[in-house]
Design a protein around this ligand. Structure first.
Ligand SMILES: *[C@@H]1O[C@H](CO)[C@@H](O)[C@H](O)[C@H]1NC(C)=O
Length: 408
């Protein structure tokens, strides 16, 4: 039987000449909101496209006039709104290009995950908050390129109102206390989600967006028990209901409804399903960074064994992972990638393959990230898929893990 993935590719190929978007045409495609079944999710994150993380885009950030600023908020505040909008516009226009999207597709990848901040819907930003304006037209353009290239898209609410986790650049604003966990900020996130669901279903460029993630990396129960519990009890079911209500309003056919994605139980905020009205059309996300897992032995064999024996939750998508090893060993002789020998590069290829195999025992994977611009003063390809392919540390065919894997 033909996989849903190739059915989609075929559908897109045979309808590439279509011009006007109509709801009927979309509804005619029963596979519109496909999720690969035979084919696993194989993807890359477009990190730092719409939420810049200076740690992984050092020169880019300095070139925007933001050098020394921690996050988007503090840079916008420092530059002033108009100058910041201008600087960010240039970044959005050039960080991820159509050539990047075509290259991603040519590497055997089938998915991109796009992290966005709630502020891309500008009327949700309160007075006194500092976020760049004007990103939306570039998001529209980017998902259009993904459609043309046949890439599935996970739209990821990555920066929440008030910041959903403390002291993280990826929220857009590093704060000491995460202010997301109250109904006022839930409501802003819900408005974002229903608006995005509407846009996905009514704007032709969003044709390949099949999954909407309601909140990236919220707080852990171990550190913020009441905040995490409150989110799971209130925001999670509200997100489900508001997205489905937005779809019902548009008479979206069942087969075309979005997958609504939550961080899975392994993330540590609790069981995401415990208050959901339904789990139909849901999906779950697991971020697996061996770098930050103290139970993994920090040696080459330790990392390989951990990956070869890993078993993530059934069906879960590992939405973030990398080739980075623990900070205290990453630059020693065993792991350094500065002027790396061929043998060293081969080890990283093997570790890539071992992780890919592990994550494909579940729903598949999305590497963090596609592109970087200097980490620690050099091309740190353990975080950057594009550079890792150029360095030979990731193969040109994302489907070739079995041939490379060191696992028994
Ligand atoms: C590679 O070696 C050259 C010459 O010794 C050195 O200048 C350069 O900084 C090294 N590159 C990295 C990434 O360490």
């Amino acid at each position: 039987m033909q996989s849903k993935l190739s059915a989609l590719a075929l559908f897109l190929a045979t309808t590439s000449a279509w011009t006007p978007y109509t709801r009927d045409l979309v509804n005619a495609a029963s596979t519109k909101r496909w999720l690969p079944s035979a084919d696993k999710i194989r993807g890359v994150n477009l990190g730092s496209q719409f939420i810049i993380e200076p740690w992984m885009a050092t020169d880019e950030w300095a070139g925007m006039g933001c050098g020394g600023r921690n996050d988007e908020w503090t840079c916008v505040e420092a530059l002033g709104q108009d100058a910041a909008d201008e600087a960010f516009r240039k970044h959005w226009d050039t960080w991820t290009t159509r050539e990047d999207i075509d290259l991603i597709a040519s590497l055997g990848l089938n998915t991109i995950r796009i992290p966005v901040g709630f502020w891309i819907r500008e009327d949700l930003v309160n007075d006194g908050e500092h976020y760049p304006r004007g990103g939306l037209e570039f998001l529209d353009r980017l998902v259009g390129w993904a459609k043309d290239a046949g890439l599935y898209v996970i739209m990821d609410l990555h920066g929440g109102p008030g910041s959903q986790t403390p002291n993280q650049q990826f929220t857009g604003h590093g704060v000491d206390y995460p202010e997301f966990y109250n109904q006022e900020n839930y409501e802003r996130a819900l408005k974002f989600l229903e608006w995005m669901a509407d846009r996905i279903h009514t704007n032709q460029a969003y044709y390949n967006v099949g999954m909407l993630q309601v909140m990236n990396e919220p707080v852990h129960s171990s550190e913020y028990p009441s905040e995490a519990a409150d989110m799971i009890a209130k925001f999670y079911p509200q997100a489900y209901e508001r997205i489905r209500a937005a779809e019902a309003k548009l008479n979206v056919a069942d087969a075309d409804r979005l997958h609504i994605q939550y961080m899975g139980t392994a993330w540590g905020s609790g069981d995401p399903t415990s208050s959901l009205p339904s789990t139909e059309g849901t999906a779950f996300d697991d971020h697996r960074y061996y770098r930050w897992d103290p139970s993994v032995e920090r040696s080459k064999s330790g990392y390989i064994n951990a990956a070869c024996n890993d078993q993530r939750e059934d069906g879960i998508i590992v939405g973030e992972w990398s080739l980075a090893v623990a900070e205290d060993v990453e630059n020693n002789d065993e792991f350094s990638i500065r002027n790396a020998s061929q043998e060293q590069i081969e080890w990283y290829r093997g570790w890539w393959a071992a992780q890919v195999q592990a994550f494909e025992r579940s729903g598949g994977w999305v590497f963090w990230t596609w592109k970087c611009n200097w980490i620690g003063g050099f091309d740190e390809w353990r975080w950057c898929y594009k550079s890792a392919v150029a360095a030979g540390a990731i193969p040109r065919d994302a489907g070739s893990a079995a041939e490379i894997s060191p696992c028994q």
